[in-house]
Design a protein around this ligand. Structure first.
Ligand SMILES: CC(=O)[C@@H](O)[C@H](O)COP(=O)(O)O
Ligand SMILES: NCC(=O)COP(=O)(O)O
Length: 259
């Protein structure tokens, strides 16, 4: 079975629009787990625009949580510009303390809108290899965010990472446009086969959703998908009717729940 790790960045994004703890991050992580999710993913960015340092500590205190932290291991410390929010210590400093179940290393620059490419290990392999070894020595499973490029995936295997995460935006876009889907999916199938032959575990994520997921789940050997943006949007759409009815009842009206 393919594990579903829910990325809760977007829940933190709503929380950050007020100086409160609502929505509470560990509470919502627990709601995801209680609803059947297999794990929780966060991608703390240096500007702490959504997930904050304290969220990572709070989540790591949840007993038995399959916890995946994503980020660029090259990012250094950054001062917080928001009162009451602790400074970002740098990715490696953070995960050395937290020791999540899994670290997914992603080559994003500090202010990027969202992740948009996998590692170029011809360029970065020598810098990434010792960090992978360090994380593994701390008991953290490692994964590298990769484009579906067989040559790069073989380099990931040489580095000794436990897993790769296939960056799925090209598939999601092809699926949404109805354009060349089979050919694009085939690049992911081939990439996964190369990874499996090289002894790597295979995760995947970015812009996966309810519509494109069934076909993508045919990719061989998939261990985990991490999904955030679409899942949180769907939680809003699927939950709104039920919520409106609850608010109308709170106003004393007798309304049917149309959910
Ligand atoms: C690595 C990856 O694909 C996800 O972590 C994605 O980048 C989510 O990050 P944002 O929520 O900041 O867009
Ligand atoms: N690793 C991908 C992830 O965590 C979620 O990405 P998205 O579903 O928010 O695009």
């Amino acid at each position: 079975m393919i594990a579903l790790s829910v990325n809760i960045n977007k829940i933190a994004l709503i929380r950050n629009s007020r100086d409160t703890r609502n929505p509470d991050i560990p509470l919502h992580a627990q709601l995801c787990i209680d609803a059947g999710a297999d794990g929780i993913t966060v991608h703390p960015r240096p500007d702490q625009r959504h997930i904050r340092v304290q969220d990572c500590f709070d989540l790591s205190a949840m007993p038995g949580l399959e916890f995946n932290i994503e980020g660029n291991p090259m990012t250094g410390p950054r001062k917080s510009d928001r009162p009451g929010v602790s400074d970002y210590p740098g990715f490696m400093a953070l995960v050395r303390e937290i020791r999540p179940t899994q670290c997914t290393l992603v080559p994003d620059s500090d202010n990027q809108l969202t992740s948009d490419h996998g590692f170029d290990l011809k360029r970065d392999g020598d810098r990434i290899a010792p960090l992978v070894a360090e994380l593994q020595a701390l008991g953290i499973r490692t994964s590298l965010f990769m484009d579906p490029d067989p040559e790069q995936i073989r380099l990931a295997a040489n580095i000794g990472t436990d897993r790769i995460e296939l960056y799925t935006e090209s598939y999601a876009r092809a699926f949404a446009a109805g354009d060349n889907v089979d050919a694009v999916l085939q690049t992911f199938i081939t990439a996964a086969e190369v990874a499996l032959d090289s002894g790597l575990g295979v995760n995947a994520g970015h812009d996966l959703d309810l519509h494109n997921l069934p076909l993508f789940s045919k990719v061989p050997g998939l261990l985990e998908v991490s999904i955030g943006h679409a899942l949180v949007v769907d939680a809003l759409s699927m939950g709104l009717a039920h919520t409106i009815a609850a608010y109308q009842r709170a106003l004393g009206k007798s309304v049917p729940d149309r959910a």
